[in-house]
Design a protein around this ligand. Structure first.
Ligand code: XMP
Length: 516
């Protein structure tokens, strides 16, 4: 992990709250760099980030339980401002000797609190304000050296601070949208209490990363795979800005791309990168190996293995390379050192992370500190076309996971036509950016229809559109009925071989976004 954001960072210690990443994003939205560390972080790890303040997140545990997560480090010895949110506040109170107890009932939802407007944390916010609570434990007595700076009838100690106004606790969540003045409260903490400077921006990020990459790479060469997706395009553009011709971007056409995609991506990347793009048409390799394979996991494994082979050949042909650049994002980094442990493998997501032993590279992951929306910002700053930056995610195994069962060229062609109509329609009606992801699936079943006076017996296609924050959970998008009707009839009229269209209204969980 890279350290030292000009000594202007805030460390967030994660106690497992669903809102931890949201806190980090809110802080960064104020142009202050934030780093999430597990609650078990050692003092040296925290100090290495040179923070100006520390935030303790909420969490699902109960502080009074034996196994509840604790602070491993004595962060109070650093004499930095600390803000404990929900579980974080309860922990501070407990450490400082207060009585913390389970409430009679869980408090969840909006509450109006009365605040001490003299407290710097609430400066500029109303004396009475609506906040969002979500807790079943409360601080019953004040810890020594603290005073109450907010209360509500149901929660007499809703916010606390030390007399010196360095350590704060909030029973409610300032990071969520439902807390009316949450942004102002966080701003007060960052700027009035921690005295942070708002210096974190796409520009400063790019300047710093470009310098870092140059220094690390020297005159060595760097290989990277670009998929045409947002992350790998922005990563390549950034590394390209740093080292230009020393970068070798490889784009593999696996025969599982959408209509016109290979040409489009090739065109955009060739325009945006000074390094020459290596384009490899390996569609025959992929499609022949997938022939007759029905099992989704096997399909994914074959695609992953074939990709590595093709990539290996490219690296031999164009190498040698000392470094491999990857578009890993911050949520992946946080996930991999999660305090809760890795989640069960639902699908084997393939990426270049699983390269064989013989291909030993040093990794460059310049986006590993960023969230998706920040990556888009950086892409905009680097001058990538808006259309490229706002593209929906597209899975590595491509259309193979959108043709359930065995994949054939004919079915892929059929699916491409259906998908093109759907996506073009979304763009035309200005709906494309309202959804996280939209695509079509071609079902391996046929159904009876009637066209003119003729009986038809053809395939059914699925339209899937979801809203989501990060792809981890998703809801089906409420696209207008009229739009869906128009698209369905356009597909049935224009794509011979498809006589039925259905709309997928499953959410994730329990379904997943892709069908396989
Ligand atoms: P699921 O289907 O697991 O998808 O709900 C969540 C998100 O991940 C994308 N996805 C993949 N991305 N390689 C990728 O790079 C993969 O193998 C892969 N499988 C799913 C999916 O499109 C959605 O955005």
């Amino acid at each position: 992990m890279q350290k030292d954001w000009n000594g202007e960072s805030v460390v967030i210690l994660d106690f497992g709250s669903q809102y931890t990443q949201l806190i980090a994003r809110r802080v960064r939205a104020e142009q202050v760099f934030s780093v999430i560390l597990p609650h078990s972080a050692r003092l040296e790890e925290i100090i290495a980030e040179k923070p100006r303040g520390i935030i303790l997140s909420g969490g699902p545990a109960t502080v009074t339980d034996e196994e509840a997560p604790r602070l491993d480090a004595d962060i109070f010895s650093l004499d930095l401002p600390v803000l404990g949110i929900c579980y974080g506040m309860q922990l501070i109170a407990q450490i400082r000797g207060a009585v913390v107890e389970k409430a009679n009932h869980r408090e969840y939802g909006h509450t109006v609190i009365d605040t001490d407007t003299q407290s710097p944390l609430f400066a500029g916010t109303p004396a009475s304000q609506r906040v969002w609570m979500s807790h079943g434990v409360r601080v019953k007595t004040l810890p020594e050296g603290f005073r109450t700076v907010a209360s509500s009838p149901g929660c007499p100690i809703a916010a606390i601070c030390t007399d010196r106004e360095r350590i704060f606790g909030l029973q409610f969540h300032p990071e969520v949208f439902h807390t009316d003045h949450g942004t102002a409260i966080l701003r007060n903490f960052l700027f009035e209490i921690c005295r942070c400077e708002p210096v974190w921006s796409s520009r400063s990020f790019v300047d710093l990363e470009v310098a870092r990459i140059r220094e690390r790479v020297g005159d060595s060469r760097v290989l990277c795979a670009v998929s045409g997706g947002v992350d790998s395009s922005v990563m390549a553009a950034l590394v390209d800005r740093a080292i230009g011709g020393q970068l070798c971007p490889v784009f593999v056409d696996n025969g599982l791309l959408r209509e016109g995609e290979a040409e489009e991506v090739r065109g955009i990347l060739s325009e945006c990168l000074t390094a020459g793009l290596v384009f490899i048409d390996a569609s025959d390799d992929f499609l022949s190996r997938l022939e007759g394979v029905e099992n989704p996991e096997l399909k994914r494994k074959i695609i992953g293995a074939t990709f590595i082979e093709v990539f290996e050949r490219a690296s031999e042909l164009h190498g040698p390379f000392r470094f491999l650049a990857q578009g890993t994002l911050y949520p992946d980094v946080i996930e991999s050192r999660s305090t809760v442990g890795p989640s069960a493998t639902i699908k084997s997501h393939h990426n270049v992370g699983g390269l064989p032993e013989t291909m030993r590279f040093e990794l460059i992951e310049p986006l590993s500190l960023l969230f998706k929306d920040e990556v888009r910002e950086v892409g905009r700053y680097l001058g990538l076309p808006v259309r490229q930056i706002s593209r929906h995610p597209f899975p590595g195994p491509g259309l193979a996971v959108r043709v359930p069962g065995a994949v054939t060229r004919e079915d892929l062609d059929l699916l491409r036509k259906v998908d093109r109509i759907f996506i073009d329609g979304l763009r035309r009606e200005g709906l494309y950016d309202d959804v996280w992801q939209a695509f079509s699936v071609l079902l391996p079943v046929r159904s009876v229809g009637v066209m003119g006076d003729e009986r038809t017996y053809q395939k059914a296609a699925v339209l899937r559109a979801v809203t989501s924050m990060d792809g981890m959970t998703a809801d089906w998008a409420r696209l207008p009925y009229e739009f869906l009707q128009d698209i369905a009839s356009e597909i049935i009229n224009k794509v011979p071989g498809v006589n039925r269209v259905v709309y997928d209204i499953s959410s994730k969980p329990p379904s997943t976004i892709e069908w396989e």
